[in-house]
Design a protein around this ligand. Structure first.
Ligand code: SF4
Length: 416
């Protein structure tokens, strides 16, 4: 009996949930199966999910194939129609022990093939605590879903409305991982800055950060995965300024650098808000490093509007750029807007990536000769507090924090 083969696409939240599913499947005795945890953020992500399903079905002949994740939640029929697929499971069902108990070998094919409930009716986060993580940095889910409705985004339809994991459960989860030897934990969710809006006393993300650092004193490094800068609270800014165990690295959900496009995206910030946030945070924590998501070719984007997005990289001092060529998602308002031609989208994405690469190279060059605390993730690879990758010339103990002087950089990595 072989443990199921798990494949994870998409975000850190999916990665966390895959770890939880591994434990649920093991506890239920599920074996000789393939589980694909999908993403639906772009049409390309759905295409990749189908490709992965076909590949794994070929490589595991006779094994039942279970498809879950956001693409299974938003378009179950697409996967139910695939001959390779045995079961389609929703984002809520995948985190329930009963779902896995109902999946032992002789059950496959007997119960309904598609188990995908209405995600919008979900009010609770799945309180599943994990015991480990397949790497040296552990992702911890603190929030799920989203109450916003950005015009290009399908995520709320895959994840439901926003709901928070209570602080006590988060602290217990992190203590459990620290007891297992994890040096770094990454708080993850869909819309992290809305954490607490559904909890008594309406605590904010900054309150959670402070509470974790206070109640888990032996946690060496706490990292925040991605935030909506316009919703950063006072306590979070305080933590950025004063807590050395909070990593000086923030990934910002900026999406564009032009006010008209931001309005048409139904974002809650304007370009000057993003610039002001980065200046304030850098004033509080001079070594802070920013990453950001930016969409290229949103419908109605003119060359001048795009130029404003390009310029935002310098105006905010961004280092790690995630570029998303606009992808129309069926059912979203933006999909009904006048589209930007495909070649223009691809050209703008390439120009954004080139500008992003130049910003990264400038950052790497600026680190030469500096001392850094690096969490090693492999014998010769690790990451700084600012999230830059480091290649070591000699073998290092894994999963440890090493203080080292940067000797230079090569490609997208620092060297030491
Ligand atoms: S904030 Fe906007 S982009 Fe982010 S998940 Fe919610 S709807 Fe999507």
């Amino acid at each position: 009996m072989n443990a199921p083969v798990f494949a994870t696409l998409g975000c850190r939240l999916n990665a966390y949930e895959t770890e939880a599913m591994k434990e649920l499947a093991a506890a239920a005795g599920v074996a000789n199966a393939v589980v694909v945890n999908t993403c639906s953020v772009t049409a390309e992500a759905v295409r990749k999910a189908k490709q992965e399903i076909r590949r794994l079905a070929r490589e595991n002949p006779g094994s039942p194939v279970i498809v879950t994740g956001c693409a299974a939640q938003t378009e179950p029929a697409t996967f139910a129609a695939m001959p390779e697929v045995t079961r389609v499971i929703g984002n809520t069902e995948k985190m329930q022990a009963d779902t896995w108990r109902g999946m032992t070998a002789d059950f496959i094919g007997q119960t309904e093939r598609v188990q995908v409930d209405d995600i919008m009716s979900v009010r609770e986060t799945a309180g599943h605590l994990i015991d480990g993580f397949g790497r040296h940095r552990a992702y911890v889910q603190v929030q799920n879903g989203c109450d916003h409705r950005c015009t290009f985004c399908i995520i709320p339809f895959g994840r439901g409305n926003s709901r928070s994991v209570p602080a006590g459960v988060v602290v217990e989860q992190i203590q459990r991982l620290v007891d297992k030897g994890f040096q770094e934990v990454v708080l993850t969710g869909v819309d992290l800055t809305s954490w607490g809006a559904d909890l008594p006393g309406l605590p904010r993300l900054g309150d959670l950060v402070m509470r974790i650092l206070r109640l888990v004193p032996d946690l060496a490094r706490l990292r925040i995965s991605s935030i909506d800068s316009i919703e950063a609270d006072e306590a979070l800014m305080q933590a950025i300024a004063t807590e050395s165990r909070l990593m000086p690295h923030l990934h910002l959900s900026l999406q564009a650098g032009d006010d008209m496009i931001l309005k048409r995206m139904k974002r809650r910030h304007l370009r000057d808000d993003a610039i002001a946030f980065c200046e304030t945070a850098r004033g509080l924590r001079p070594d802070i490093v920013f990453g950001a998501d930016i969409i290229a070719g949103f419908p109605t984007e003119t060359e001048q509007m795009f130029a404003n997005s390009l310029q935002l990289i310098d105006d905010c001092g961004l280092t790690f750029l995630h570029v998303f060529p606009y992808s129309a998602r069926k059912g979203t308002p933006a999909a009904r807007m006048p589209a930007t031609p495909g070649p223009v989208i691809r050209d703008r994405a390439a120009r954004l990536r080139a500008r992003g690469e130049a910003a990264l190279q400038a950052h790497l060059a600026s680190q030469q000769g500096r001392l850094h605390h690096v969490l090693t993730e492999g014998p010769r690879m690790g990451r700084t507090e600012g999230f830059a990758e480091v290649a070591f010339a000699t073998d290092q103990p894994e999963g440890q924090i090493i203080t080292t002087r940067i000797t230079g950089w090569s490609g997208q990595r620092l060297t030491a």
